[in-house]
Ligand binder design. Structure first.
Ligand code: E4P
Length: 215
């Protein structure tokens, strides 16, 4: 499973990129708003940091508007992927954009039926939001498993991005379920590096090293 970072913060993206673990970035209007910067300026800067798919989301609700925004965003860089909400208008936009060779990431997926529709419309990626399902007392991971099974059954090439990740266990379980990608917030990437036994082990090695006779 590949890892993307789910943020619009360029410092976090630079840091995760330096670890060598991420190969893409997802943003959304809420993440962009947090940065208090111009949308296009932020997206351009991200493309200069990570050489991989960078998702940027449209705001229009009608397919004509989505297509117009998507064409403009796609001009920014060859790695831009257009994030489109899972609606009928979104499906219409995905159909047109996929024929134009513009990559799409259909977002706000909460059922496997929605994922199947997005894939059939020509989506490059679908983003099921597992954390938000967990938040309302549903089993987000089960949705990932269902979509993996359905896409496997029919040889569907649309890649599944496990999104709305809240903790390292989400990442591990999404990988076990067969998601192609998990898009992970920076704090969860940091949590993934940690294990108490690693810290204890380093401490013990350093203490023992002090006992080694030095010339
Ligand atoms: C996915 O691409 C979204 O940006 C993101 O994962 C949403 O996560 P949230 O539920 O934590 O806002």
């Amino acid at each position: 499973m590949k890892l993307f970072i789910d943020t619009a913060n360029v410092n976090e993206i630079r840091e995760a990129e330096a670890w060598g673990v991420i190969c893409g970035v997802t943003t959304n209007p809420s993440l962009i708003a947090r940065e208090g910067r111009d949308f296009v300026e932020v997206v351009k800067e991200i493309t200069s940091i990570v050489d991989g798919p960078i998702s940027a989301e449209v705001i229009s609700l009608e397919h004509e508007g989505m297509i117009k925004e998507a064409r403009e965003l796609a001009k920014i860089h060859k790695n831009i992927v257009i994030k489109i909400p899972m609606t009928i208008e979104g499906l219409k936009a995905v159909k047109v954009l996929s024929k134009e060779g513009i990559k799409t990431n259909v977002t706000l997926i909460f059922s496997s039926a929605q994922a199947l529709l997005a894939a059939r419309a020509g989506a490059t990626y679908v983003s099921p939001f597992l954390g938000r399902l967990d938040d309302v007392g549903m089993d987000g991971m089960y949705l990932i498993e269902e979509i993996v099974n359905i896409f496997d059954n029919y040889g569907i090439e649309t890649e599944i991005i496990a999104a709305s990740i809240r903790n390292p266990i989400h990442v591990e379980k999404a990988a076990l379920a067969g998601a192609h990608i998990a898009t992970v917030p920076f704090n969860v990437l940091q949590q993934m590096t940690k294990h108490p036994l690693t810290d204890i082990g380093i401490d013990r090695f350093l203490k023992d090293w002090e006992k080694v006779p030095k010339k």
